[in-house]
Design a protein around this ligand. Structure first.
Ligand SMILES: NC(=O)c1ccc[n+]([C@@H]2O[C@H](COP(=O)([O-])OP(=O)(O)OC[C@H]3O[C@@H](n4cnc5c(N)ncnc54)[C@H](OP(=O)(O)O)[C@@H]3O)[C@@H](O)[C@H]2O)c1
Length: 378
């Protein structure tokens, strides 16, 4: 029903999801729509059209995070129709990869412009409306990289740390106005993010040789074997229903355990865990930058990766679509488990299927309990 001022009277909650054309944002927008919310999504290519399957459709608006006028226009569009935005999900983003040394200040700035300042721009226009309404919820999509710095994704990790820090400050500032804020921290997800990751210019002739290749291969491999974005969409919608969402929500057990380890292990020991995960395994023979999904952008081999991204040269158990039974029995989980053993922590980190009591060392037990406690706390 239209009010006399053109405002649509709707008792349902109004949600704005940035980055809703693919991946986690799209899955969240569809799940919100399916759950009865009124949903607006954004994309650089949005055309005010309705997208999504029947029963989960939403309106896609144009927005480029680096372009303030498009941010303002998208927010204004929603406010002009509903006079409020109840829930904002900042999910838009992209990543760059390269050694810190081989990342120019301009490239680092560009990464922050998307992942950090882009969110600032959106908040600048959404928060006044939430404050005036005396309610609202902001859900920033961070990353496990905010507590688990990824080698050769230093700028990405730094931007996610900055986002978390801002999220925490915002929580305190907005509390008196009834506006809540939290950060969802996904682990690896199988989305277009991998294909869209950009390598820094200098890294195409990297001086870091095998280390860079190992890290890049492992990053892409684990993303392609990662969770379906719907998994993180569920966590986002669940957060939207919480009375008091915690500062950070890390939906995956193994990463919550890692976060606890990062706080109780000496940092040097934790670095060994990181190195074990990213810098020890060689890619398959012949795999180089030309084969990585991100690198294909530079080598003229771009095909449509949308939805069906495949890692060249990977086959067998570690390839895309492998049976992703237990994080602790393969890939990252296995490396973490091995490395934790090496630094004196026994146990099968994160193996849910095997049960608590199989191989779980004292410290792991402690970490699991702490992880459970931390799930809903900042
Ligand atoms: N995939 C993972 O493993 C993973 C893990 C942890 C955290 N995350 C985080 O999850 C968020 C979503 O990523 P995803 O995995 O869902 O990636 P995705 O499938 O590539 O989706 C990214 C979304 O952001 C939009 N976007 C990208 N750059 C933009 C820009 N400059 N301005 C406006 N919109 C832009 C894209 O829309 P258009 O291209 O249509 O504009 C798209 O809708 C990101 O913040 C990412 O850091 C992802």
């Amino acid at each position: 029903m239209d009010g006399s001022d053109g405002i649509i009277m709707d008792s349902r909650q109004i949600v704005l999801v940035t980055g809703a054309s693919s991946g986690i944002g799209k899955a969240a927008a569809e799940l919100f729509a399916k759950s009865g919310y009124v949903v607006y999504g954004t994309s650089r290519h949005g055309r005010y059209e309705t997208i999504g399957p029947q029963g989960a459709a939403f309106t896609l608006l144009p927005m480029t995070l680096q372009d303030e006028t498009t941010v303002q226009a998208a927010v204004k569009y929603v406010l002009s129709r509903h006079s409020r935005i109840d829930i904002l999900v900042n999910a838009a983003g992209s990543g760059i990869a390269g050694a810190v040394e081989e990342t120019s200040a301009d490239e680092a700035r560009e990464q922050f412009d998307v992942l950090f300042f882009g969110n600032v721009r959106v908040l600048n226009y959404v928060l006044p409306a939430m404050r005036a309404a005396g309610r609202g919820l902001v859900i920033n999509v961070g990353s496990v990289a905010s507590f688990f710095p990824l080698p050769f994704q230093g700028m990405y990790s730094a931007a996610k740390v900055a986002l978390f820090s801002m999220t925490c400050a915002l929580r305190v500032e907005m509390k008196p106005f009834g506006v809540k804020c939290c950060q969802i921290e996904p682990g690896d997800a199988k989305t277009n993010f991998t294909a869209r990751r950009v390598l820094t210019k200098k890294s195409r002739n990297t001086a870091y040789g095998a280390s860079f290749l190992r890290a890049l291969y492992e990053i892409e491999r684990s993303e392609m074997a990662g969770k379906d974005p719907a998994h993180y969409a569920e966590a986002i919608v669940k957060a939207a229903r919480m009375k008091n969402p915690p500062a950070r929500i890390c939906p995956d057990f193994q990463y919550r355990a890692l976060r606890v380890f990062s706080s109780i292990l000496p940092w040097r020991a934790f670095e060994k865990v990181i190195a074990a995960m990213y810098l020890t395994k060689d890619p398959p023979h012949g795999w180089d930058l030309k084969h990585c999904i991100g690198g294909q952008q530079y080598y003229g081999r771009i095909e449509s990766h949308h939805g069906t991204a495949q890692l060249p040269c990977i086959s067998g158990p570690s390839g895309v679509g492998r049976d992703h039974r237990s994080a602790a029995q393969s890939g990252h989980g296995r490396a973490v488990s091995d490395e934790l053993s090496a630094v004196g922590v026994s146990g099968d980190a994160g193996s849910r299927e095997k049960g608590r009591d199989v191989g779980a060392g004292h410290l792991l037990e402690h970490a699991e309990k702490s992880a459970a406690r931390h799930t809903d706390h900042g």
